[in-house]
Design a protein around this ligand. Structure first.
Ligand code: IPD
Ligand code: CA
Ligand code: CA
Length: 264
């Protein structure tokens, strides 16, 4: 039986190598394609990074399953056993337009329980990682357990789009929420936004639609420092479907849910 320590050593090695390849790609021209719509972008580096990670996982851990955004992994229908959930580049639009604010995201689950989570900010060389029950870290620095913050002093991560267009809530309520907090931010990488909640840079994060590879690693990070990650109805996330996502420190999570997230 492989130990979590062995898996962790491998992941950190592979992430460092993948990050180096991505940084080197900055000086080459990218091949950019669109997926579901003209703003849903994918590059050769998204595909190559996913293939690199999956080849390594398969050769070291052949009995593990892999769910990857770009489709090079397995068809995963259940969370039984060990399942890796991978986003090779989360924040592809930022990768293309800014060459920063994107991350490699890897969450490793055992029978549906998050065991290891990694969000690697490639440009800043910052690795956020957590092991269930053993704490969360940013590089070598342990992240403290989150402290509560009143709504009016909190920073909320939310994409402006959701204030005008969403199918869940009265947009007026979300606008009222945005006006009630100290400030709002939008980074364009869900994995980094969750890592920022885990490291106290954001106090909460709300988004209407994410796929499992966007939140699999970040959820483990946030929960390891005492935060709550649910959908916008306060329910557990489905690891094999798209979900709305609401991550926050516990009391703020209740406050925002009760006051602003009532359904239409
Ligand atoms: C996207 C980013 C973005 C979120 C989108 C995701 P991608 O991931 O996480 O922040 O708002 O919903 O699709 O496509 O860059 O991997
Ligand atoms: Ca993503
Ligand atoms: Ca991606």
């Amino acid at each position: 039986m492989t130990s979590w320590k062995e898996i962790d050593d491998c992941v950190k090695r592979w992430i460092a190598e993948a990050g180096e390849r991505i940084r080197k790609s900055f000086s080459h021209s990218l091949s950019i394609q669109t997926k579901s719509n003209p703003n849903d972008l994918v590059t050769n580096m998204d595909k190559e990074t996913e293939q690199f990670l999956i080849q390594n996982i398969r050769s070291h851990f052949p009995d593990h399953l892999i769910l990857g955004e770009e489709g090079h992994g397995d068809r995963v229908n259940s969370m039984d056993g060990i399942v890796w959930i991978i986003d090779p580049i989360d924040g592809t639009m930022n990768f293309i337009h800014q060459q920063r604010n994107f991350a490699i995201s890897i969450g490793i689950y055992e029978n549906g329980v998050g065991r290891l989570g990694y969000v690697y900010d490639v440009t800043h060389d910052e690795l956020y990682f957590a092991e269930k029950g053993k704490g969360a870290y940013m590089n070598d620095v342990q992240l403290p357990v989150l402290t509560e913050v009143p709504l009016e002093q909190s920073i909320l991560a939310i994409n402006a789009t959701w204030l005008v267009k969403n199918t869940y809530f009265d947009p007026g309520k979300l606008a009222a929420l945005a006006l009630s907090v100290r400030g709002t931010r939008s980074s364009g990488s869900a994995a980094l936004e969750l890592a920022y909640v885990a490291s106290g840079r954001f106090d909460s994060y709300i988004t209407m639609r994410l796929s499992p590879w966007d939140f699999a690693a970040g959820k483990i990070l946030v929960e390891e420092v005492g935060g709550i990650v649910t959908n916008l109805h306060g329910e557990p996330l489905d690891m094999l479907a798209t979900n709305s996502v609401f991550a926050s420190v516990p009391r703020l999570h209740s406050h925002i849910s009760d006051e602003f997230l009532r359904e239409k």
